[in-house]
Design a protein around this ligand. Structure first.
Ligand code: PXP
Length: 240
């Protein structure tokens, strides 16, 4: 099973100060050295974290799968066709959401999605649709011409007890159904060091896409070294 690492949060920290660090392009390199099979970024309409420069450099830099998450808007379709990521994952996007809140409403956006899929695929880019673990939505995704789907695991991740079991079962059934009708099936959203095993043990998933939890852990595991390095610079400068 492949792991695509979402590095949006690295850019979120940079944008908190509108400065040059931390650079998501550097983060991508380190993630790949750590074994990431791919890098994912979400280019949002408001460019609140990843920007056009990041995407351009990442395309030059990333030797493995570059997955661009984007809304199916005219602007984003043009950008995808120009930059040519390996994969485009179409997601719903609301301006004020903290993160993607749910899967695409595929049944109500068939024409728009079909047109976007066709135009992106014309440029030899694979297209995935981010959808809820819903049998009907999977069938529609296939009919719209998607190469892959990404099953939204957020509801599973955020629920507890019996509800969590139910959500897990929905994901298991969704993966089976996707595989049966010839779609490649990915999964992601809300996966952490504590809940990933249950999802990773489902047979038939091609890739997991994980961001928040990995970047959160990186901040904590990196703090001791970062402080040590700053102390050393100060120590050297104050040695008289
Ligand atoms: N997959 C999709 C489609 C997403 O929008 C996101 C969040 O950007 C992720 C996966 C990763 O989710 P998380 O940051 O919760 O791991």
């Amino acid at each position: 099973m492949l792991l695509g690492v979402n590095i949006d949060h690295v850019a979120t920290i940079r944008e908190a100060r509108k400065t040059f660090e931390p650079d998501p392009v550097m983060a991508a390199t380190l993630a790949i050295l750590g074994g990431a099979d791919g890098i994912t970024v979400h280019l949002r309409e408001d460019r609140r974290h990843i920007n056009d420069r990041d995407l351009r450099l990442l395309r030059e830099f990333v030797p493995c799968e570059l997955n661009l998450e984007m809304a199916a808007t005219e602007e984003m379709i043009q950008i995808a066709k120009k930059i040519k990521p390996d994969l485009v994952t179409i997601v719903p996007e609301k301006r004020h959401e903290l993160t993607t809140e749910g899967g695409l409403n595929v049944s109500e956006n068939k024409e728009l999605l079909k047109d976007a899929i066709n135009r992106i695929r014309e440029s030899q880019i694979s297209v995935s649709l981010f959808i809820n673990p819903d049998i009907i939505d999977i069938d529609i995704s296939k009919n719209l011409g998607a190469d892959m789907i990404e099953i939204h695991t957020g509801l599973y991740a955020n629920s507890k007890g019996v509800k969590k079991r139910e959500e897990l079962n929905k994901i298991v059934e969704a993966v089976k159904m996707g595989n049966k009708i010839g779609l490649l099936v990915n999964a992601g959203h809300g996966l952490t060091y504590y809940n990933v095993s249950e999802i990773a043990s489902i047979q038939g998933i091609r890739a997991l896409y994980i961001g928040h939890s990995i970047i959160s852990r990186a901040v904590l595991t990196g703090i001791t070294t970062a402080v040590r390095e700053m102390k050393e610079i100060i120590r050297l400068a104050t040695r008289h």
